[in-house]
Every structure is written in C-alpha cells, then in structure tokens.
Design a binder for this molecule. Structure first.
Ligand SMILES: O=P(O)(O)OC[C@H]1O[C@@H](O)[C@H](O)[C@@H]1O
Length: 438
C-alpha cells in the first residue's frame, strides 16, 4: 500500500489506469471528465489532492489532441487544488515524432539489387491494401484518407505542361497553403464534413516541390515547432515530472526543463524473444530503417545474435514516386527467422514493406516487435495481408479492438513497469533499473 499518493486516469486508457492502481493497491482518484456541448473538455477532481503526490495517466492515442488538452487541464486542476507534485505518466508521448527542425533526408546511392541478389522480376514494394497516399488508390473505410488532397496536388504540380501546350506557373506559397487548408474540412451536400486529408510524420520527409513551391534547404519556417510547444504546454499547465516510454527520439527529453524518465520497452521485448521465439539464437534482429538501428542493435547486443538493417532510399523525382522509395537490405537473412524491432506502428507501411523485403530475401519467418501499436487507418488489414507472421506490441495504447481485428497480434502488458516506476518515484528511489538499456 502506497500512501499520500493520488492516481488519476484520463479518458485515453482507463484499462491501464485500473491495472496500475490494482498493482499499487490504491483506488483511482475520483474525477469527472466530460465535454461541454461546444466540444471543450471539462475536468472536475472530486477527491482532495492537497499536499498529495499526483500521477496522471494519459496516453497519446485515440483522439490525440483532445487527450492532450484533457491532460493539461487535469494537471492544472491538480495544481490549483494544491497538489504537492504532479507527474504526467504518458506511455506514448504525443507529438514526440514531430521533429522541431524538419529536414529532407537524402539517402545512399540507389542500387539495382540488394544484398548482392537480383530483385525478383515481379517484386514490388507496394503493400496490400495499398498505402494511402495522394494520387494513390482510394482506400475503403479509411476515415483519414488523402484522396481529396491528391486532386488538389494534381492541380498544383510545379511547371506542369498543360494539354494546350502552355506552361503552368508554380503557385505562390500562400496560394498553395490556402488551397490545402481549404481542403481539410469540406462540407458535403448532406451538411456533414468530408474526411480530412491525413499525413504521417513521414510527410515531413517529402521534398517541398511536391506541394508546388521550392524550399530553401535547411529549416522550414512554415512547419510548426510542435515538439517544443507540447513540452511547454505541459510544463506551463504545472507538470513537475514526466514518465514515458520509448520516445521516438530520446533527445526529445531535452525539450523539457522538468525531469523526464524515458522507460524502455526493451526488457519486455527481449523477454518475449527469449521465451516465445524458438531457436532465437539463430534468428536475425532487423531494424526496418536507419532511425531505429540503435534501438534494434541494442537488443541484438543483449541477445548476442545477428543483425541486419533496412535502408530506405528516398530520392524521388516526382511526387507520385514518394512511396515507391527503394529499400535495401544490409545483412543476410536467407533461410533465417527475422525479428523486426521498431518503436511505433502508425500506418503499418514501414513494417509491412520491411517484412516483404525480408521474405523476398529468403527469410523463413518474420516477427515484428514494436513498442507502440497505434494502428491508424487501414494498418490492420494491411498487416493481416502482409508477410508478417506475428506482430507483438505493448499496451501503451489500448489494444483490445486491434487484437479483435488482427489474429497475428499479441500484446505485452506494461502496467507493471509503470506501476514500479510510480512507486519508485514516489518513494524517491532510483528508477534507473527500469531504463537500463543492457
Ligand atoms: O510506417 P508507419 O507505421 O506509418 O510509421 C512508423 C514508422 O515511422 C517512424 O517514425 C517509426 O519509427 C516507424 O519506423
């Protein structure tokens, strides 16, 4: 039993709150979280938090923006209610994937074959169902589709020659931006709003000419500094401390001027590999992109098994070639079981294309172990139809619905890790044991 502590759950992940409370042997703090009819969040803390050590559990999933605002309001309410200290426990940290200084990646020279083997003639890197993209096939049942945007972009391509032979002039930046924003909430004849075009953070990697204007190299001043903003919002609301897990970019901790404990999913992932992957010592740990290489190679180091890396070559000439960027495998997976390790699945594009490449290169089985399973849009059908044999994620975001739809999915429970982190922070004990990398 832990005393003088208060555990408060937001609306994003009630199951995790209950589970952490059960482990710590304390009931969740009584509160009302609702919405005013205008859509604004309302929070009322029913129990006294005066002088208490408060932990607010809220993950960056589902209605991310609503949940973030709810978190800020809950933090502020506890501060106003004279809480001694407020810790935001955010298993998946919202906006941490949005770098503050977006840049265009440039890759290694394109090679016609990977790993010395010729590509199979009929091999494509496309995933099934198709990855949603401007100009791509319409996706059934995808709420955040990008089809409307595709039509806009088709009209704004720089210097396209018109059927009448005239050169189309590149639109001004302001024109392009306003045409894009006017597309985001178009009214339908029935009065409803059409689905909004969606982007993943991969879209930061698209060259500026893809939306009709020429970027200067380096910093793009028209992209919001969301990472810093969110850090500042939580701090301004009154957060004294953050506990999170597997930040996409661990340097994001430096955006805060309050302590951030970035727990690692690695022990859970490693434990799964050792317990449930037969003959894992002969398997190969694979990072699906260069960004995740450190994370994956640390698992490889601990298990002392082989490692391979997939390099994504992004040197498109036309906008429509974006998603066909080549993937190159560095390492040998022929006749081996592959264990893909990544921090996050959003559209499922990265992981399914990586699995396809691995099977094409002779892998016998592909496991994907990923900390945060966001599974947006069509990602579940895409994974069901993919070459992935088994996919394992944590419950840093709710997984019940995903599990129902994806027979390949297994879920690792993080509640014990977060409960232990809360217990240790509350008692002023070291928590370094929870984020040891090796
Ligand atoms: O390809 P999807 O699933 O959309 O996005 C997930 C990938 O995008 C990166 O930020 C993550 O590290 C991961 O590799």
């Amino acid at each position: 039993m832990v005393r003088n502590i208060c555990l408060l759950g937001g609306n994003s992940h009630p199951q995790l709150t209950d589970s952490v409370c059960n482990i710590l042997g304390i009931p969740p703090c009584n509160r009302i979280l609702s919405k005013f009819s205008g859509g604004e969040s309302r929070c009322e803390i029913k129990d006294s938090v005066r002088g208490k050590d408060v932990y607010i559990i809220q993950s960056g999933s589902g209605s991310v923006n609503d949940n973030l605002m709810e978190l800020c309001i809950m933090i502020s309410a506890c501060k106003t209610g004279s809480a001694k200290r407020v810790t935001a426990v955010v298993p998946l940290f919202p906006y941490s994937r949005q770098p503050d200084f977006p840049y265009n990646k440039s890759g290694a020279p394109l090679s016609g074959s990977s790993n010395g083997h010729a590509q199979k003639k009929d091999y494509t890197f496309e995933s099934v169902p198709a990855t949603p993209r401007p100009g791509g096939p319409r996706s059934s049942g995808l709420l955040n589709g990008v089809n409307g945007l595709a039509e806009k972009l088709a009209k704004t391509t720089t210097g396209d020659r018109q059927p009448n032979g005239n050169e189309q002039h590149p639109p001004k930046r302001s024109d392009t931006l306003s045409s894009l924003s006017s597309n985001t909430s178009r009214h339908q004849p029935d009065g409803s709003l059409s689905s909004q075009p969606s982007f993943t953070t991969h879209d930061y990697e698209k060259p500026a000419h893809s939306v009709g204007f020429q970027a200067k190299p380096g910093y793009k001043q028209w992209v919001a500094l969301a990472g810093t903003l969110v850090a500042d919002l939580l701090t301004c609301a009154g957060a004294d401390h953050i506990i999170t897990m597997d930040l996409h970019d661990p340097q994001y901790q430096g955006f805060f001027d309050i302590p951030v404990d970035n727990l690692y999913g690695k022990p859970l992932i490693q434990n799964y590999i050792q317990q449930y992957i037969p003959d894992y010592r002969d398997a190969v740990v694979v990072s699906p992109d260069a960004g995740g290489a450190k994370r994956a190679s640390l698992i490889r180091d601990s298990l002392d098994i082989d490692f391979a890396l997939i390099h994504k070559e992004r040197r498109p000439i036309k906008y429509t070639e974006q998603r066909n960027a080549s993937m190159m495998l560095v390492g040998d997976v022929s006749g081996r079981v592959c264990i893909l390790v990544d921090d996050l699945i959003d559209t499922g594009n990265t992981i399914t294309r990586a699995a396809k490449l691995l099977k094409n290169e002779g892998a016998t089985k592909v496991y994907a172990l990923v900390t945060h399973g966001v599974f947006s849009g069509d990602s579940i059908p895409r994974i069901n139809a993919s070459y992935i044999d088994k996919i394992i994620v944590t419950n840093s975001v709710p997984q019940d619905e995903h599990k129902r739809l994806c027979p390949k999915l297994e879920v690792l429970d993080i509640s014990a890790v977060f409960a232990e982190a809360i217990r240790r922070v509350h008692h002023g004990e070291s928590i370094s044991v929870l984020f040891q990398y090796n």
